[in-house]
Design a binder for this molecule. Structure first.
Ligand SMILES: *[C@@H]1O[C@H](CO)[C@@H](O)[C@H](O)[C@H]1NC(C)=O
Ligand SMILES: *[C@@H]1O[C@H](CO)[C@@H](O)[C@H](O)[C@H]1NC(C)=O
Ligand SMILES: *[C@@H]1O[C@H](CO)[C@@H](O)[C@H](O)[C@H]1NC(C)=O
Length: 214
C-alpha cells in the first residue's frame, strides 16, 4: 500500500440531492498533479462539472509529485528495481483501485456512481485505454480523452514537428535564435550518441543558455 495524492472539488456537488452522483475524474500524467485542474472554473470540463453538478477529482500518477510507491527518505525511490512499477498498466490499475474504493469525505461509498474520466495527451491515452479495456470499461460511464495517441509508435516524428513549429514560432516572435540552438543541440547529441567518447561539455553550453532564456 502507498499513498496517492488526490485533489477534490465538491463545489458543484451535493450528495444529498442525487442517488446517481456524477464524478469527473481527471487523470494525472507525467508530472505533479496541478490544482488548476480542479480549480479553474473557466476550463471547459469544469463548466461541464458545474452544469451537471459533478464532483471533480484529480488523481496523481504514480512516481510523480507526491505519489511514490516507494520512498527513499522524503523523496521518491527512483532506483531501477523500483522503476519497473512505473508503467501505464500499473497506472490503469491505480485508477481502477481508486474508483472501486473511493469514499466521499472519507466515509460514504457511492452506490450508483457515474464516473467520467478525463485526460489530455499521455493521460488522454490512459483515459482511452481505461475505457477500451474490458477489465475496466464497466467502471466508468464515459471518457473525454483529448490528444490521445492510441497506438505506440517508434518514430513519432509528428510530435517533433509540432515542437519544431512551437520553437520556431516562439523564436521568431521573441527575436531569438533559440530554435537554431536547439537544432544545434540535437545535432551534437546525435553526434555524441554515435561516438564512443561522448563528453563534450563545451558544446553543451549553448543548450543550457537557450534553456535559461526559455
Ligand atoms: C444539498 O441539498 C440539500 C437538499 O436540497 C440542502 O438542504 C443542502 O443545503 C444542500 N447542501 C449544499 C452544500 O448545498
Ligand atoms: C537513496 O538516496 C541516497 C541519497 O540521495 C542515495 O545515496 C541512495 O543510493 C538512494 N537509495 C536507493 C535505494 O536509491
Ligand atoms: C506564430 O504562430 C501563430 C499561430 O499559428 C501565427 O498566427 C503567427 O503568425 C506565427 N508567428 C510567426 C512569427 O511565425
Amino acid at each position: 500500500m502507498w499513498n496517492q495524492r488526490v485533489q477534490v472539488n465538491q463545489k458543484f456537488f451535493n450528495a444529498s440531492v442525487t442517488d446517481r452522483p456524477i464524478i469527473f475524474l481527471m487523470i494525472g500524467g507525467e508530472g505533479p498533479a496541478e490544482q488548476k485542474w480542479v480549480c479553474r472554473e473557466d476550463y471547459t470540463y469544469m463548466k461541464l462539472a458545474k452544469q451537471y453538478n459533478a464532483l471533480v477529482i484529480q488523481v496523481e500518477h504514480r512516481f510523480f509529485g507526491k505519489s511514490y510507491p516507494y520512498k527513499n527518505g522524503t523523496m521518491g525511490d527512483m532506483s531501477t528495481s523500483t522503476l519497473r512499477f512505473l508503467t501505464s498498466q500499473q497506472a490503469l490499475e491505480d485508477l481502477a483501485y481508486f474508483i472501486k474504493n473511493y469514499k466521499f469525505n472519507d466515509n460514504v461509498a457511492f452506490t450508483n456512481p457515474r464516473w467520467i474520466v478525463f485526460g489530455g495527451s499521455y493521460p488522454g491515452s490512459l483515459c482511452e485505454w481505461f475505457r477500451a479495456d474490458p477489465r475496466y470499461s464497466s467502471l466508468t460511464l464515459g471518457g473525454i480523452c483529448s490528444s490521445a495517441p492510441l497506438l505506440p509508435k517508434v518514430d513519432f516524428y509528428e510530435y517533433a514537428e509540432v515542437m519544431e513549429f512551437a520553437f520556431k514560432n516562439w523564436s521568431a516572435i521573441q527575436k531569438t535564435n533559440c530554435d537554431q540552438l536547439i537544432r544545434e543541440g540535437f545535432c551534437q547529441l546525435r553526434q555524441n550518441t554515435y561516438t564512443d567518447s561522448s563528453s563534450d561539455a563545451g558544446s553543451l553550453a549553448s543548450i543550457s543558455t537557450c534553456h535559461a532564456s526559455l
